[in-house]
Write a protein that binds this ligand. Structure first.
Ligand code: GLP
Length: 259
């Protein structure tokens, strides 16, 4: 696991966007796994800027989002489909036919989940998966005690996740309490993982993820078992790491000897 600690949210997001850009330059038809939430917003803004100001193109890119709420209309303003259009897809040259988000609009959720897994496989699997981390350690909507080998499925959200995400819903709007999410096993099959942790409120989850025991109680800790996981943090999110100085030192050594 590579742990990159940067001074600010802007620096961390810039690193993440640069990482994705470099990946796309190497593999122009890459399959990206994408996340929603606030942690990835600045990364998406930076990617849009890079697209507008340089030759970065998403024309041949395919994307799979981690999750979607069950119970919202397709283009509800809080649906993740709407989020992705507003925050990224409408501003880049991606073919929106190649942007997959779990379908939660028919009654056969199991079929939707199976289809999602099949679509990921038929596109050759995910090359680079972008992740955030919930303050309870969830990745996607895989809440604590999710099976570490779970596949795409319907998941009941915890009270803390519902409370954390309530900031996105108006008082008059009904907030869903279930979602379809890629499973932890699905996420772990991505060739590369890039996780962004930002802010003091993520510091405990980040410490559990990086240094805690591998446990389904902190689903993100499963990334300790991934060969190519990069954890990008701002200083506040990294503040509870016991080996903080070591991670900073390691990155300096990398710059000195590997560039
Ligand atoms: C949400 C999403 C996750 C996201 C996480 C963190 O509930 N399902 O994909 O990574 O929680 O969200 P935020 O970045 O807003 O803190």
């Amino acid at each position: 696991m590579r742990v990159v600690i940067l001074p600010s949210e802007a620096d961390a997001s810039n690193f993440a966007a640069g990482f994705i850009e470099d990946y796309i330059c190497e593999k122009q038809d890459a399959v990206l796994g994408l996340a929603t939430g606030s942690s990835v917003l600045l990364t998406y803004e930076t990617l849009i800027k890079k697209h507008q100001e340089s030759t970065l193109s998403f024309q041949n890119i395919t994307t799979f989002n981690l999750d979607e709420y069950v119970g919202l209309k397709r283009y509800h303003t809080q649906s993740y489909r709407y989020y992705m259009k507003q925050k990224l897809f409408n501003h880049i040259d991606i073919d929106q036919k190649n942007t997959y988000i779990p379908e939660c609009f028919n009654d056969d959720y199991q079929l939707s989940c199976n289809n999602y897994e099949t679509s990921i496989k038929s596109c050759g699997g995910i090359d680079l998966q972008l992740l955030g981390i919930g303050s309870n350690g969830h990745i996607g909507f895989n809440e604590p005690t999710s099976s570490l080998s779970s596949r795409t499925r319907v998941k009941t959200l915890t009270k803390s996740t519902i409370a954390n995400n309530s900031r996105f819903f108006k008082d008059s709007e009904v907030q869903p309490s279930i979602a379809i999410t890629m499973g932890i096993g699905t996420i772990m099959e991505a060739q590369n993982i890039l996780l962004l942790g930002l802010g003091k409120h993520k510091s405990k989850a980040v410490a559990d993820l990086v240094e805690g025991p591998l446990s389904s109680f902190c689903p993100g800790s499963v990334l300790q078992n991934h060969e190519n996981a990069v954890i990008v943090l701002d200083q506040e999110a990294a503040s509870e790491l016991k080996l903080y100085d070591y991670y900073v030192h390691t990155e300096k050594m990398k710059l000195k000897y590997m560039c």
